[in-house]
Design a protein. Structure first.
Length: 287
DNA sequence: AGAGCTACCTGAAGGC
DNA sequence: TGCCTTCAGGTAGCTC
């Protein structure tokens, strides 16, 4: 489901109920997401207070009062829902309230100043993950290690982007999906940024330098910023944790628009497969 | 080291 | 209606 803008939207939805609140109880429906949850997952969280909720690439990171960090990734189909109020009794009432509890895998019962909330993690495909990094262990965590710069942070410059692309002979589209080049880009925003920059997704990554890399750098920042402002993109059932739908999908210029007219030149948008994934682009506008 | 491929898992949508 | 195939916002882990 989510790329950087969607994860940021989720973060903004969760922060008000998580930060400052305490894990009163952690309910595991199943402990095998993409990976098995780490040892003592529940006991490491219960009783801890959330000091802050941050995002790194497509990961959410809750810093805990214990000094440990809870790391969360939504995979393709992960979703958080916030429910206010006291924990309902299991049974009819609970299941009547939620549409599809079948894939509710982890439930955080939070106790905050203003009352109790349930934060429900639902993930049909179970490509998402949760991990806990020990004190001081966040940077060396297997999921954090080697991740590229934050595209909306100060360390992501056109020169940094060009340097990361310099040694690569494979197509630029695939390089953008490599989280070591820049963090948080997925299939949608890779396609959209390349369109905005007028760069063919088939072009060798190392030939994206100079003015081209500057355009791509700008396009990545612009498209991600605009998507965050729009609350992300809602495909299928993606919604922010408050249930609100993002609307950036209405502004896609190429993604999922095969055969439709390019917004710049009217040529039909093409779809090709690169590294096993759909790429959408305008053959006339992108060189 | 880089690049390509498979695998993980479920559900939706389309063809017949 | 139902069966089958294809596709989906990600990424780890394997080969070459």
């Amino acid at each position: 489901m989510p790329e950087l803008p969607e994860v940021e939207t989720v973060r903004r939805g969760l922060a008000p109920v998580m930060v400052g609140a305490r894990f009163d109880r952690v309910e595991l429906r199943r402990a095998d997401l993409r990976f098995p949850l780490p040892p003592n997952f529940v006991s490491r969280l219960e009783g801890a207070r959330v000091e802050s909720l941050d995002r790194r690439g497509k990961y959410l990171i809750a810093s805990l009062s214990t000094g440990e960090s809870l790391i969360m990734h939504l995979g393709m189909s992960g979703r958080f829902t916030v429910e206010a109020g006291a924990t309902p009794r299991p049974g009819k009432f609970y299941f009547a309230e939620r549409a599809a509890p079948r894939h509710d895998h982890v439930i955080f019962h939070m106790q905050g100043d203003k009352g109790r909330t349930r934060i429900v993690y639902n993930d049909p495909r179970r490509f998402g993950l949760m991990d806990v990094a020990g004190i001081g262990g966040l940077q060396s965590n297997r999921h954090m290690k080697g991740m590229g710069p934050e595209p909306l942070g100060p360390s992501f410059t056109a020169a940094v982007l060009a340097a990361a692309l310099r040694s690569r002979t494979a197509p630029i589209k695939g390089a953008l999906l490599d989280q070591r080049v820049v963090a948080g880009i997925g299939n949608i925003y890779a396609c959209e940024a390349l369109f905005r920059a007028g760069i063919s997704p088939r072009r060798k990554a190392r030939s994206v330098s100079g003015a081209r890399s500057a355009r791509l750098h700008r396009a990545l920042i612009d498209v991600l910023s605009e998507a965050i402002e729009a609350g992300g993109s809602s495909l299928k059932d993606f919604a922010g944790s408050d249930g609100a739908l993002g609307y950036f999908q209405h502004r896609f210029q190429v993604y999922d628009r095969e055969g439709l007219a390019c917004s710049l030149c009217d040529a039909p948008v093409r779809r090709i497969v690169q590294a096993g994934r759909s790429t959408f682009y305008c053959g006339a506008c992108q060189k």
